[in-house]
Design a protein around this ligand. Structure first.
Ligand code: FES
Ligand SMILES: [Fe+2]
Length: 329
């Protein structure tokens, strides 16, 4: 499960996206996942595949903290335990559970662990705990492998080309001879800073392993940070979650303005990134790179060391009595 993206925490949306009365379905790294609220109101996640006949639980309903399969009405709680098997009062329900996944609600965000168990916690940026910060969220879907999308978010030299009319306008006008980019390791990933002809560029980026970029562009005395979270849906598709966090102009009425800006900038990147071949980032030797590619090459190293080839193992399923007695066995 979760091939090449296993056993990591990823933001998948806002905590408020999970509501009490309806399942929320999404695809993460090749797996269908369903979120709902359990009897205690806590967000829960299951692999979105009924253990009975494999149908999507997310097509069913949520009732008093249990999700009910739309096919034969089996019910599961937030831990995946089977709570009901209609017509079969003698069923050994303890053997008929669904696969549950660790979930956290932290910093107003919804986090999923791409594995079956963990004793770790997600690493949440301090930005979300700054008093008075509001978060504006939006999704865009790109037909690109998430590693290409992530690298694009960590790349500075493209700004005056791809974004010459928006966020790269000033750099485009300024020109210059030499750009330097620094990748400074941090416990959660890295900080990336840049300079042109020796003059430091305003703002900086942070990379949070595995798939988050935080851009710090605080105006004087204020907080303004953009997050790009590259959630793999499958090998060909990335759901890009864009978050704008700010502690000024806090009214929700302004959210559409921030969303419009983000959409425009993301669209500029999308066309270029979707055209990259091969789909996933190849070994470094297979592409030509230069000094200013240091951050993307550092990301590539982490990807190859920690994610490529990774896979989560589902818990073993005991053979049920119903199966043992099956005449087709
Ligand atoms: S397929 Fe889910 S209850 Fe039968
Ligand atoms: Fe860009």
């Amino acid at each position: 499960m979760f091939e090449n993206f296993a056993n990591v925490w990823t933001i998948v949306g806002l905590a408020d996206d999970v509501i009490a009365v309806k399942p929320l379905a999404m695809k993460v790294a090749g797996e269908r996942v369903v979120f709902f609220r359990d009897a205690n109101g806590k967000a829960a996640a299951l692999i979105d595949r009924c253990p009975h006949r494999g149908v999507a639980l997310s097509l069913g309903r949520v009732d008093r903290g249990e999700i009910e399969c739309p096919f034969h009405g089996w019910r599961f709680d937030g831990a995946g335990r089977n709570c009901r098997v209609p017509w079969n009062p003698d069923a050994r329900r303890e053997r008929l559970g669904a696969i549950s996944l660790p979930v956290r609600e932290a910093g107003g965000l919804l986090w999923l662990f791409t594995g079956c168990a963990t004793d770790t916690q997600p690493s949440v940026s301090d930005t979300f705990s700054v008093e008075g910060v509001v978060v504006c969220a939006q999704f865009v879907t790109w037909r690109a492998h998430w590693t290409r999308v992530m690298e694009n978010m960590l790349d500075m030299p493209h700004l005056p080309f791809v974004h010459r009319r928006t966020i790269g306008k000033e750099l485009h006008r300024l020109g210059g001879q030499r750009m330097d980019v620094r990748w400074e390791e941090r416990p959660y990933g890295a900080r990336i800073t840049g300079s042109v002809d020796g003059a430091p560029r305003p703002g900086f980026l942070e990379y949070r392993f595995p798939n988050t970029m935080e851009l710090f562009i605080d105006p004087p005395g204020k907080l303004l940070r953009l997050f790009a979270i590259c959630v793999p849906e499958d090998e060909a598709t990335t759901r890009l979650l864009l978050l704008t966090t700010r502690n000024f102009a806090r009214t929700r009425l302004l959210n559409p303005v921030f969303r419009m800006m983000n959409r425009r900038i993301a669209k500029e990147d999308q066309l270029v990134v979707e055209s990259s071949q091969p789909a996933a980032v190849p070994p470094p030797a297979e592409e030509a790179s230069v000094r200013t590619d240091a951050p993307t090459l550092a990301f590539r190293r982490l990807y190859r060391q920690k994610l490529l080839g990774s896979s989560a193992v589902p818990p073993p399923r005991e053979k049920s009595e119903e199966m043992a007695g099956d005449p087709c066995d």
